[in-house]
Design a binder for this molecule. Sequence first.
Ligand code: PLP
Length: 231
Amino acid sequence: MSPLETNLNFVREKIKAAALRAGRKENITLVAVTKTVGAPRVNEILALGVKDIGENRIQEARIKFPELKKEKAAFHMIGHLQSNKVKDAVKLFDIIHSVDSLSLADAIDKESAKAGKKMPCLIEVNIGSEISKAGLKYEDAKSFLKETVKYKNIRFEGLMTVAPIAESPEQVRPYFKKMKQLFDELKKTPEGANFKHLSMGMSQDYEAAIEEGATLVRVGSALFGSRTTGL
Ligand SMILES: *Cc1c(COP(=O)(O)O)cnc(C)c1O
């Protein structure tokens, strides 16, 4: 068994166990985050049955995606997106997790119209109110979602967050709880009718995120090894 397969089996088991602990019945989607990972290893994980691939930079996706055996894959844009890269993002990706401003939503709406696409998007929330992080303020998410009815070429399917860096998953659990509350609240509104994804949890804390209601976890280094060693 390759190291990647070993890691993948480990992560899958942890996901299953966390879902079981929390009495979750719906599927949890594992998005393999492949930033800085070369195409051969992305193809390896696709061959192992992973269908969801996350990238955070358009430039990297543009070079890498043509080399992928991607018949069944779904591509997730998880990084901060600049308006001038939206055209490529709409072309390259199946869902954008990182919508955090009306000007960005405007741009996605326009490019999606041109591409004849109704783009699935998530609203990114800066749950820890960190200055260094992208995302809407928690208290602005509701009014933002209300504004989105005007975008006919975007389907808002839920929320995404990058939790603050912490020593232990227990320190971020309250943020995940808050996200789940917000998700449930917005899902009840007319504009949240299509909500189905709550994207939260990374290598350090995906189990806690699942216990608190994540439907989609974004895992990189736990699969491909530490980014600093480039394993
Ligand atoms: C890199 C990245 C991840 C994955 O991080 P790991 O700690 O390697 O699992 C998840 N989400 C976003 C937005 C990222 O940029």
